[in-house]
Design a protein around this ligand. Structure first.
Ligand SMILES: [Zn+2]
Ligand SMILES: [Zn+2]
Length: 256
């Protein structure tokens, strides 16, 4: 399984992109950046898109992607609550077409919405995918994704502290977890249901208690303004827990 990090931040700029992962060229996880850094040919290879929740930084590129790819149908997997946001706010038939229906000259469904249920694993393009609830608004979920060769990654999406229940349902070879703010803004992180390096450490300790091991860990969804601080503080957690913890950048690839 090769994971390409298309976007690893919660804010976008000239060199920072909103959160998106691309797995083996065909499976997208969160849609903050699935247009600007992929060629049209690369976009055409995408078969399915998973969305963790309805916050704008995770769904932004859905309409632009659909508009670029009207010659076939792409499946969008998310909880019913998240799918409803797309219909009511983005692909609503006003600011962009309702891509789940035929429109104008487009004689097919461009997007097919596929509802996911918590903890029920589904086959998606040959991958086993399980949506696991996490502590974040809009009924956010993380995804455990198992490759056809049996390699497992768990992507938390956005989450605040309190992953103990989630850990019982996953056993990843790699963890991709959000850390949005540095330790000095821990109160702000907690109030907005995000993690900082201190709370990351607590969640990893809880993971080890539950599962008896710790997976190598990748950090995403950093706030660009605080990234240097986050990386320094995460390095201390890495040394203390004796596992690799790597803050991912746009363009990075991970082979599992
Ligand atoms: Zn969010
Ligand atoms: Zn976010």
């Amino acid at each position: 399984m090769i994971i390409r990090f298309l976007g690893t931040h919660n804010q976008a700029s000239q060199d920072k992109r909103l959160i998106s992962l691309l797995i083996d060229y065909i499976l997208v996880v969160d849609a903050g950046n699935i247009v600007a850094d992929l060629s049209f040919d690369e976009q055409r290879r995408i078969r399915a898109i998973l969305l963790s929740h309805g916050h704008y930084d995770h769904i932004r590129d859905i309409p632009a992607y659909a508009f670029n790819n009207t010659v076939r149908t792409t499946s969008v997997y998310a909880t019913p609550y998240t799918l409803e946001f797309l219909s009511s706010h983005l692909a609503d038939g006003l600011i962009y077409p309702k891509f789940t229906e035929k429109y104008g000259y487009v004689d097919r469904q461009v997007l097919q919405f596929c509802p996911l249920e918590h903890y029920i694993s589904q086959d998606i393009e040959g991958y086993r995918v399980t949506a696991v609830p996490v502590n974040h608004p809009l009924q956010a979920v993380g995804f455990e994704i198992t490759s056809p060769k049996g390699k497992k990654v768990f992507y938390t999406g956005d989450t605040g502290p309190g992953l103990a229940a989630a850990w019982q349902h996953v056993s990843p070879d790699y963890l991709i977890i959000e850390v949005t703010l540095p330790n000095r803004l821990s109160e702000q992180a907690k109030a907005s249901s995000h993690l900082c390096p201190d709370t990351l450490k607590q969640e990893l300790l809880e993971f080890r208690k539950t599962k008896g091991y710790l997976p190598p860990t990748c950090l995403v969804h950093m706030s660009p303004e605080y990234e240097k601080e986050i990386i320094k503080e995460a390095a201390a957690v890495s040394r203390e827990l004796r596992i690799p913890i790597r803050a991912m950048a746009e363009g990075d690839k991970l082979s599992i």
